[in-house]
Design a protein around this ligand. Sequence first.
Ligand code: SF4
Length: 367
Amino acid sequence: MRRKEELSNEAVSPLAADLHDWYARNHRVLPWRGITDAYRIWISEIILQQTRVVQGYEYYNRFVSRFPDVRALAAADDDEVMKLWQGLGYYSRARNLLAAARQVVERFGGEFPRSYDDIRSLPGIGDYTAAAIASFAYGLPHAVVDGNVYRVLSRIYGIDTPIDTTEGKKLFAALADELLDRQDPGGYNQAMMEFGALYCVPRSPQCGGCIFADRCMALATGRVEELPVKQGRTVVKPRYFNYFYVRHEGYTWVRRREGRDIWRNLYELPLVETAEEQPLDALQQSEVWGELFAGAGRVSVSAQVYSCKHVLSHRVIHARFYVVETEQKPAMPGYLRIEAGAIGDYAVSRLTEGFFEKMSMNYPSLF
Ligand code: SF4
């Protein structure tokens, strides 16, 4: 990272020059910083999309030590990648990582692409991630625009155009591009995002000692907490999942979720989803129950052992888990019969992981 005095005043905006200085003094040292390996930068950016740095740190280290380059990831077993991702959430990221790694091998001969358009063409890579990889790895002049950048720019320039509108997106993208330091786009992008992550944070930013306090429009007009403005509200839909941990002679059943729903490629216990909350006896009358437990003989169901509310970005899952013992082997169409002791080998959602954790504490004999 170069300091202000080393940069040409003509090419670098005062804002960019101040950011470079601030970054040199304040940035966190992280394993994906200061490197030019596009593969590792890509992995870190995908992990950090919906994950805090503290949590992402461990996942990143595990991921790159298991899959040190794009060819190793492309050759990986899908289930192993999902298992490594377990607990991070937003599992489409892991599926896209695999798909993109395989495309890098097929379309680009195993070399991570070097142009913005080629990088942007890979699954799971949007404008932000493509700009981050292109600028950090190759020094290409593409400005990143993420939540941090929206916040910093809307406050300094006092812009109240909603950031989730087409107009807002265009306006901020143009401003970010105009301010970009073309001599050091990677360094500038890192500095801008780090400033938003550490200093100009959503709640109670550190305006007192801020390097932009003398020119920040939001501070001058008392609108710091109001900016940036968002127009839309996400509609959150409730869903009701009733899971059954079924036991018969040391075996249990799981299935891999398919289709375009949440948690695709993760494993789950036998499920009866209902349109609203249903008591156990109503579940036992349902058609799905009849199919699952056909041929099971006497079925004993524990009183409900675990229930919780699991919040995702567009869904709230109201989940209940029951433990079921069956006299005979149940039909369980579409489910895989596995040894109960091997259940930990399967990648499951954070929700199901929570159930297992609770059960292994309260009922260790079952696990
Ligand atoms: S003065 Fe406050 S709101 Fe303005 S840029 Fe600095 S930290 Fe952000």
